[in-house]
Design a protein around this ligand. Structure first.
Ligand code: BGC
Length: 763
């Protein structure tokens, strides 16, 4: 550069993964760029402000390229998941444009073209998402990305023809380091085999500091659990080796850290060291799509606090440019059913607007030509299609709908509408009788429900809602959402058509799957929770169905038997029908299967299965047993909605108006938390003291809230130091037998009410 630089930006992307270096320094702090999209249709580019990285004179742009999702192994389809199979390519490609504006206002553009010096290999010998990375420090090429370097033996670059896919700016938050974790212990179960315990099931990789002699081969294997002998448990990872190999340079100390892989682990097995390590040698580097945290939760039951943390970790661990089912075994796909059930929890925990908006585009890209939504998005490897499973494909409507409800963004509905309509039309055309039995793909049903639990003392009554009823319930529910989308988008004809269709599906559901006694097909917890929550039952049968739901809990000895889809719905319906006490019992139960059971076994993330690990019986089903799967963590939605009482108003999106309905119960004597809505921070804090419910709530500027205060004497509820109904900014809406309902404008309020609180200490 001869001129002074005013500003300089780089726009870069790759098919594969890349890291960009300017004059020897890494640009930005992104990991695994350009992240994952349907590479046959689009790839995201990243923008870097490199003004301060350039200088007058010679400047050098260096790039490291790796396989990533584009070329490397991933997915669960056996040999078809191997290198080069998913997108049918073995060629990494890179594209860059640097725009420099000089102090004279001149624009100089540098492009990646045939004038680049060429490429060569270096210390990274191989890198793969599932298998891990091999780094040989002896092969480092000092100065390769700095001025003054003279290359020799480099191969000339090849310029590829335009692959004809869309280049789009990255809209979701980059994957970045979110936490560095120090191991809590090191053990040596076998001579020379060291196990570092990070203390938290995390996702990322390890940084290793070593001064071993030249050529020492250090192997790191990553796993989530230890077996009974204290050795690394690796079987549940299936084909994902999660193994990094570092070969030392011998030049003083080496710092190793992979760049183009990721692992799910709490334990790291290190072999090849010539002497015993201490914990300082290794750091767990956790990274994730860096969506801003938006929620917090705390209460008097420390185990519930742990549960909430486990759920948050599971979310972070499964957020790597798409929402994944799990981060460790040979899968890590954007399974849509899992995201559907977890999306409201995810939104409470973090600002998911950008992340889900990007993923909804992935969902559209993964839609088949005939209108079927995929079971996961992105959907690589069309030789093995996974399409249209009820409850999975439906995420194509449910997720954008939740984004709209929580963030008030009508654009996401506009963008998704045609795809959503094509999906509903497909299901309708295949099933003119309105029972969804055709075009159900792999038809997973209410996945991993109580029927999958085999344990001597666990009842076997039939926990699964029959698949035809489950599918038809979703057909009605999603069609109802489509009708509402049409209305909001001003498409009155479609609104009429799909409202009528949703009604017809509901009627068919009742005729086919509901008896006059309010028995829903399956007659189990799941069936009632789903039928009630999706609004499928006529008024006359609802309370009977609720009674049946309570009986279905008794059938299971008061224990939960629901699957991925119905678990959060059961909790919500119990509360909606006045059985919050029962919901608290489930939440605070330690009996198997339960959330706290997993915590009693030391879980730091949410398990895929209720019975992932059972005392005395060890690990379940080696074929499918992840300890980091968020679906059952959807219960955090209930914790925000019922314990903290924070609820979006279905009619008024984006928390412009919202509902606060805290319901104390179980063993809790206090709870506190917040949700940073797009309109500002909502605070909820309550305690029970001397038979008084004391509640502080903050309502953000320019919003209002409807507040429900539980009370035995609702007339005597106070706010500040006066009768609530007379307090400034508070308007009494309704007094019922056991609550007062008020509308409040923005501000902070302190309510008090009298309540005889039966604290449950029995758990
Ligand atoms: C995944 C799930 C997913 C399911 C489909 C599993 O292998 O891990 O979470 O939803 O397949 O049933």
């Amino acid at each position: 550069m001869d001129n002074e630089i005013e500003r300089a930006f780089v726009y870069a992307t790759a098919l594969g993964l890349y890291e960009l270096y300017i004059n020897g320094n890494k640009a930005g702090n992104r990991i695994l760029a350009p992240e994952w999209t349907d590479y046959t249709k689009r790839v995201q580019y990243q923008t870097y402000d490199v003004t301060d990285m350039l200088k007058t004179g010679e400047n050098v742009i260096g790039v490291i390229l790796a396989d990533g999702w584009y070329i490397g192994t991933f997915g669960q389809w056996g040999d078809d998941a191997l290198r080069g199979k998913n997108y049918g390519s073995l060629d990494r490609k890179f594209l860059l444009r640097m725009d420099i504006i000089t102090d004279e206002g001149k624009l100089i553009s540098v492009l990646s073209d045939e004038t680049w010096k060429g490429f060569s290999d270096g210390p990274i010998r191989s890198a793969d998402m599932f298998l891990g990375e091999i780094v040989d420090a002896r092969k480092a090429v000092p100065g390769w990305d700095q001025p003054g370097f003279t290359e020799s033996g480099w191969t000339a670059v090849e310029v590829y023809p335009d692959p004809g896919i869309d280049l789009v700016a990255q809209m979701n938050e980059p994957i970045r380091i979110i936490e560095n974790l120090k191991p809590v212990s090191v053990t040596e179960p076998d001579p020379g085999v060291f196990i570092f315990n990070i203390g938290q099931n995390m996702v990322g990789w390890c940084r290793l500091l070593t001064d071993e002699p030249e050529g020492t081969i250090i192997t790191l294997r990553h796993g989530e659990m230890l077996d009974e002998e204290g050795r690394l448990y690796h079987e549940n990872l299936r084909r994902a080796k999660q193994e990094d190999i570092f070969i030392t340079s011998g030049k003083g100390s080496d710092t190793f850290e992979p760049r183009f892989t990721y692992h799910g682990f709490q334990y790291v097995e290190v072999t090849g060291l010539t002497r015993k390590p201490d914990t300082d040698m290794l750091t767990g580097i956790a990274f994730s799509s860096d969506a801003e945290p938006s929620g917090s939760f705390e209460c008097s039951n420390t185990e519930l606090n742990r549960l909430w943390k486990n759920i948050l970790w599971t979310q972070r661990d499964n957020q790597h440019s798409i929402p994944t089912d799990c981060p460790q075994r040979d899968e890590r796909m954007g399974w849509m059913g899992d995201a559907l059930v977890f999306s409201q929890t995810a939104i409470f925990n973090m600002n998911m607007a950008a992340f889900y908006t990007k993923w909804c585009r992935d969902i559209r890209d993964a839609q088949s030509d005939d209108g079927r939504f995929a079971d996961f998005a992105p959907h690589p490897n069309w030789d093995k299609p996974h399409l249209n499973a009820p409850g999975w494909a439906d995420a194509g409507l449910v997720v954008p709908w939740r984004v709209y409800q929580n963030y008030g963004d009508i654009n996401i509905l506009r963008d998704q509408y045609t795809a959503a309509k094509r999906f509903i039309d497909y299901v309708h055309n295949e099933n003119p009788d309105l029972i969804w039995i055709e075009g159900t793909g792999n038809n997973y049903g209410d996945w991993l429900n109580g029927d999958r639990i085999k344990s001597e003392d666990y009842p076997e009554k039939g926990a699964e809602m029959p698949k035809d009823a489950f599918a038809t319930a979703y057909f009605a529910y999603s069609t109802g959402i489509l009708a509402q989308m049409a209305k909001l988008l001003g498409n009155e004809p479609d609104h009429r058509i799909y409202s009528a269709l949703a009604d017809s599906i509901r009627n068919v559901f009742i005729t086919e799957f509901v008896t006059e006694e309010g028995i829903v097909a399956g007659d189990n917890q799941a069936a009632y929770a789903i039928a009630l929550d999706f609004g499928l039952l006529p008024d006359t049968l609802r309370s009977r169905a609720v009674r049946n739901m309570l009986r279905a809990l008794e059938d299971y000895d008061g224990r939960i038997s629901t699957g991925f889809h119905s678990t959060i719905l059961l909790m919500k319906e119990l509360t909606d029908w006045g059985y919050t006490t029962v919901a608290y019992d489930l939440l605070e139960s330690h009996r198997f299967p339960s959330w706290l059971y997993s915590i009693d076994q030391g879980a730091t993330t949410i398990w895929e299965r209720w019975d992932a690990y059972v005392k005395g019986r060890g690990f379940q089903d080696i074929g499918m047993n992840s300890f980091n799967h968020y679906s059952f963590g959807s219960v955090a939605e209930w914790m925000y909605r019922t314990i903290l009482g924070i609820n979006p108003d279905k009619q008024i999106p984006g928390f412009k108006k919202f509902i606060m309905k805290p319901e104390p119960g179980g063993s809790l004597t206090w709870a506190a938390g917040e949700y940073n809505s797009i309109h500002g921070k909502i605070l909820s804090e309550w305690k029970i003291e001397n038979d008084q419910f004391i509640f502080t709530v903050s309502v953000p500027v320019n919003t209002s809230a409807v507040i429900h205060i539980p009370s035995d004497f609702p007339e005597s509820i106070t706010e500040g130091d006066m009768e609530a109904a007379n307090s400034p900014g508070v308007k009494l809406l309704e007094i019922s037998e056991n609550e007062g309902i008020f509308e409040v404008q923005s501000g902070t309020y302190h309510f008090k009410s009298e309540i005889q609180f039966q604290q449950n200490n029995e758990m």
